[in-house]
Design a protein around this ligand. Structure first.
Ligand code: CAA
Length: 257
């Protein structure tokens, strides 16, 4: 499939998706979201891809949902089409997805980054949920995911005032895993993804599933889920290989089995 709003590349075992609507600071419209879902799902099914990086431009990861495209929406249409419902297709990707964020990640852009498995931020990154200034509120998970990332007080302040936070504040409050220089962002994220892609794919996917489970269930249920998955790993060839390689002081050769 050819894409008009995103650029799709592979770098070794890493799938790289770059949001590409520079004229609108990568504002997210239906076509872009449809293309993104398709590209992510294609990488997810591709046996040669072990990890995915999602990025934008130097100026903007994404400046939110496309305001011009939705300004005239009517309630009944948004309800009938279940507007925004397919945005979280990202969360159904089973391989890890890293958001590499430079510049603005606002509104739906911040929400999209939070749907990824972790966020690496450039020192230029700015995060925020400015929807309140438009007479609406976050609609793609912002009030829920931001609260889980940064806690109620900061999430409430950001959603109610629309103020942006810089990369330092985002790291300090747990929204991003680390900050890198803007010029190194994509290379750094791809290198990180490449490292993940070298590990056993089923083990990586189970690890992702287990961490994500912590969002959905109680601690005791989550720990039980983790323990069962951990036990199941002893049925894999890669567990045997990983531990044997450690004992034999060599690099493991995982077979994804
Ligand atoms: N939708 C549509 N177009 C957008 C856009 C958006 N979210 N953000 C920026 N653009 C467009 C601008 O209209 C402008 O286009 P024109 O040149 O045709 O006028 C172009 O991108 C460049 O933007 P600016 O001139 O505004 O650039 P700037 O550097 O002066 O400001 C900015 C950058 C602070 C990010 C500013 O563009 C801005 O505030 N954007 C809107 C941010 C926002 O409110 N996002 C939330 C959207 S609602 C949402 O996301 C709901 C949800 O939860 C899903």
């Amino acid at each position: 499939m050819s894409y008009e709003n995103i650029i799709v590349e592979t770098r070794g075992k890493v799938g790289l998706v770059t949001l590409n609507r520079p004229e609108a600071l990568n504002a997210l419209n239906k076509d872009l979201i449809d293309e993104l879902s398709e590209a992510l799902s294609t990488f997810d099914k591709d046996e040669d891809i072990g990890c995915i990086v999602l990025t934008g431009s130097e100026k903007a990861f994404a400046a939110g949902a496309d305001i011009k495209a939705m300004a005239d929406n009517e309630y009944v249409d948004t309800y009938l089409t279940d507007f925004l419902a397919n945005w979280d297709d990202v969360t159904r990707v089973r391989k890890p997805v890293i958001a590499a964020v430079a510049g603005f990640a606002l509104g739906g852009g911040c929400e999209l980054a939070m749907m990824c498995d972790f966020i690496i931020a450039a020192d230029s990154a700015r995060f925020g949920q400015p929807e309140i200034k438009l007479g609406v509120m976050p609609g793609a998970g912002g009030t829920q995911r931001l609260t889980r990332f940064v806690g109620k007080s900061k999430a409430m302040e950001l959603c109610l005032t629309g103020r942006m936070m810089d990369a330092e504040e985002a790291e300090r409050s747990g929204l991003v895993s680390r900050i890198v220089k803007a010029e190194d962002l994509v290379e750094d994220a791809v290198a990180t993804a490449g490292k993940i892609a070298e590990f056993s794919m089923p083990i990586v996917m189970m690890t992702k599933e287990s961490v994500n489970r912590s969002y959905e269930v109680s601690l005791s249920e989550g720990v039980r889920f983790e323990r069962r998955l951990f036990q199941s790993m002893f049925a894999t060839t890669d567990q045997k290989e990983g531990m044997k390689a450690f004992i034999e002081k060599r690099k493991p050769a995982f077979k994804n089995r």
